[in-house]
Design a protein around this ligand. Structure first.
Ligand SMILES: [Zn+2]
Ligand SMILES: [Zn+2]
Length: 259
């Protein structure tokens, strides 16, 4: 069962109260976009006379990223495992309590705190995933392969953040009206945000390739509210109540916040 809208509103109020006063959603988004774009541009600038086979490394990085986002989301974001409890807390505990399938929209840029990954994570990913892979590829393959790996890792990360951010915009936002297929990806994420679905389906946030391969891709028609875009940020707090799960994190202890 889903948490009631009043329970979500209550969670949101407690979450917002715990956000550091100095937090800026714009600064957060600019940091992630800046670091990601810098990595992409710098990697691209290091490429020289790329051979057809070397381009496969970019495809490989995107495929690894697709499997990675699925696995981390499903196995760590929705399953308690002590070494990754912070990620579980932030994803199942905070993100899925702040946003449900009927309450998908953020209200102000301060809410981006619970939409975007923490600002330090992109640095960790570039350091722990991109850099060692590039070092290995430069030793066993080529410099181009190494920089295409870095480019692919950074692109996957940025694509994830941008697409996920767009899923928490209104269905009728111009992005969803003008970018072909984007509303379909958004709807897959809406279905994932239903509390009864979140541990079962639609774990890919970019393209649902791994979901399709592993049989966890599920589609069902949009609700009339989603189709008409009647769920506005204002309406998100005034929609009719549903019911609540006994295990709902939304009714749990106050969240931790601060980026
Ligand atoms: Zn989400
Ligand atoms: Zn999730």
């Amino acid at each position: 069962m889903a948490p009631t809208d009043s329970v979500v509103a209550s969670f949101r109020a407690r979450y917002r109260a715990a956000i550091a006063p100095g937090y800026s959603g714009y600064r957060h988004a600019l940091w992630v976009a800046g670091v990601g774009l810098a990595a992409i541009v710098f990697s691209a600038s290091r490429l020289h006379a790329v051979q057809p086979l070397e381009w496969l490394m970019l495809l490989a990085a995107l495929l690894v990223g697709n499997v990675g986002e699925y696995t981390i989301h499903r196995r760590l974001g929705h399953r308690k495992w002590a070494p990754a409890r912070l990620f579980y807390q932030r994803h199942t505990g905070d993100h899925h309590s702040f946003f449900t399938d009927t309450q998908m929209l953020w209200d102000t840029p301060r809410d981006w705190r619970v939409v975007l990954f923490p600002g330090w994570l992109i640095v960790v990913v570039l350091t722990v995933v991109a850099a060692p892979g590039a070092w290995l590829l430069s030793a066993v393959a080529s410099s181009n392969a190494a920089w295409l790996w870095v480019l692919g890792v950074a692109a996957t990360y940025l694509l994830y953040e941008m697409l996920h951010f767009s899923y928490h915009l209104p269905r009728q936002h111009w992005l969803h009206r003008h970018i072909p297929g984007l509303w379909r990806l958004r709807h897959l994420h809406v279905l994932h945000h239903a509390r009864e679905n979140m541990t079962e389906i639609n774990f890919n946030l970019t393209f649902p390739l791994t979901d399709w391969l592993l049989g966890t891709l599920r589609w069902s028609p949009e609700s009339p509210e989603d189709q008409t875009g009647s769920q506005t940020p204002e309406a998100a707090h005034t929609a009719p109540p549903a019911t609540i799960s006994a295990s709902s994190r939304a009714s749990g202890p106050p969240p931790r916040a601060g980026c």
